[in-house]
Design a protein around this ligand. Structure first.
Ligand code: CA
Ligand code: CA
Length: 499
């Protein structure tokens, strides 16, 4: 990746008082990665992670080392990011709760940008449940007819992107290398489309959302990515055998030790699962590299803010837990980088606790838009200017009604709906092995953390009738949104100058 070009400082951040008519507003490349935990070179969560392009992106701007999701599941995490409202305020806690019916009047980040003159386009997985009114254009990926034709080819015995070896425990938890090219898969096709967009000279500032679906299950990517992570050498995450002994029942229920973990251990596939996830991360990283190179070579280099985030973490057997859907650090921590030309500098790391809820207000400020009322995050611009800035905003992650987890720079405090608690001291216990919640010495810490939990907890939004299992994830097809930007054309960017 051409890091040097990303650093080009062509313009400075637009002060709020200056309108778009007077100065060129930045473009935004908004990259989402599904289910990517800290197993990246940049965050160092796994020593064998190979993510050179992501690492280069992080090194060329600001890496937030303590960034957390608002919820450890796709739908509620993304809903929080894109509406600027946390789950306890919306009632959208789980994947089976379509967000738009629950929030009919919510003006999403994309809608807000549209109303201020941005050209808003996207592709891949951004929302869990698609919302056509949020986009001028959307890349739907594969045509339905094309997918059907492919199935027919498969049935006739012609091999296309079929697994070379199959592993896993069933459901969507399967893995194995594919006899396929990068661009046979959705993330490769998405990247080709996104490259065309970043290369174009647009007549107004753009917001381009690119949502990668790997490393989400199922873990099937071209064979070369498996070969880059030889099975014999794979290291398992560090675990403590009796780690769940000091976890309250509500936490054990989230860990589900009798579920995936039992099956993966019984079938001797722990290393295979780790290999497959690492392979998927490297595949996604290769697509990311192609996109970033294209931007660096384009007319938009130097005028485009690059933001990359993952929607939550992922756990591979720690606390006998797999997937996300828990309130420990491994599921709540996300990858989050920002490259803001003229503002961030190469090699910056910010260790303050930040939330993905902060994205909406941050983007507004960087784009010079008026602060939108009612958003629950904080603009990160002070940290982008100086990552050492004092910052007393612990990051809240919520999984289900009244199950909260709060992370400060030192502590993680968990409080379940039934009142049971966990407390971990990250200065001594980064893997959260020793629950200090019952130790009276920490009563003050607990009280302080508990006082910062939401005072109001919205009741559950309406649920879909189907199962809540992960199979429901990303059920909505990548909709093609017609280029319905007529209202926009009438408005034009200069409209914002009249405010
Ligand atoms: Ca996800
Ligand atoms: Ca423990």
């Amino acid at each position: 990746m051409k890091a040097a070009i990303l650093l080009a400082a062509v313009w400075l951040v637009v002060p709020v008082s200056v309108t778009h008519a007077q100065t060129k507003a930045p473009n935004i490349l908004f990259i989402a990665v599904d289910d990517l935990n800290d197993w990246t070179g940049a965050l160092g969560g796994h020593p064998q992670a190979k993510t050179p392009n992501l690492d280069c992106l992080a090194k060329s701007g600001m890496l937030f080392t303590r960034a957390y999701c608002a919820a450890p599941a796709c739908n509620p995490s993304r809903t929080a990011i894109l509406t600027g409202l946390r789950p306890a305020s919306t009632g959208v806690y789980h994947n089976n709760q379509p967000w738009r019916p629950a929030l009919p009047d919510s003006v999403t980040l994309m809608q807000y940008l549209m109303s201020h003159g941005y050209f808003v386009l996207g592709g891949g997985k951004i929302f869990h449940y698609q919302d056509p009114q949020c986009w001028h254009q959307y890349f739907k990926g594969k045509e339905k007819a094309e997918a059907v034709a492919e199935q027919k080819i498969k049935k006739k015995g012609k091999k296309k992107a079929e697994p070379l070896a199959q592993g896993g425990i069933g459901g969507n938890m399967t893995w194995g290398p594919l006899d396929a090219a990068d661009t046979d898969l959705p993330d490769g096709k998405l990247t080709n489309w996104a490259i065309e967009q970043v290369k174009k000279k647009h007549d107004r500032p753009f917001f381009l959302a690119v949502g990668y679906v790997k490393p989400h299950l199922a873990w099937h990517v071209p064979k070369k990515y498996f070969d880059m992570h030889p099975l014999d050498n794979i290291q398992l995450p560090k675990v403590l055998d009796n780690d769940l002994d000091d976890v309250p029942a509500a936490g054990v229920k989230m860990a589900k030790p009798d579920g995936d973990h039992k099956q993966i251990v019984a079938t001797g596939q722990w290393k295979q699962a780790v290999q497959a996830y690492l392979a998927c991360c490297t595949y996604m990283d290769a697509q990311l590299g192609r996109l970033l190179d294209a931007l660096a070579d384009s007319v938009n280099a130097g005028t485009t803010i690059i933001i990359l985030w993952s929607d939550h973490g992922w756990t591979h057997g720690q606390k006998q837990h797999w997937r996300k859907f828990s309130l420990w650090d491994q599921d709540c921590r996300v990858v989050f980088t920002m490259n803001v030309p003229g503002l961030t500098k190469a090699g910056q790391r910010c260790e303050r606790t930040v939330s993905l809820l902060d994205l909406y207000p941050t983007i507004n400020e960087l784009c010079g838009l008026p602060a939108k009322k009612g958003l629950e995050g904080n603009s990160l611009v002070p940290l982008l200017k100086n990552p050492q800035t004092t910052w007393d905003y612990p990051a809240l992650t919520t999984h289900g009604l009244k199950n909260h987890s709060l992370r400060s720079e030192r502590w993680r405090y968990i409080q379940y709906k039934n009142g049971s608690e966990e407390l971990y001291d990250h200065t001594k216990d980064p893997l959260e092995w020793k629950n200090l919640a019952k130790d009276p010495a920490y009563a003050d810490v607990k009280r302080d953390m508990a006082s910062k939990l939401p005072g109001k907890n919205a009741l559950d939004a309406e649920k879909k009738k189907e199962s809540t299992l992960e199979a429901l994830e990303f059920p909505s097809p990548m909709l093609q949104v017609e280029a319905s930007d007529l209202s926009f054309r009438a408005r034009k960017i200069s409209a914002s100058a009249k405010r």
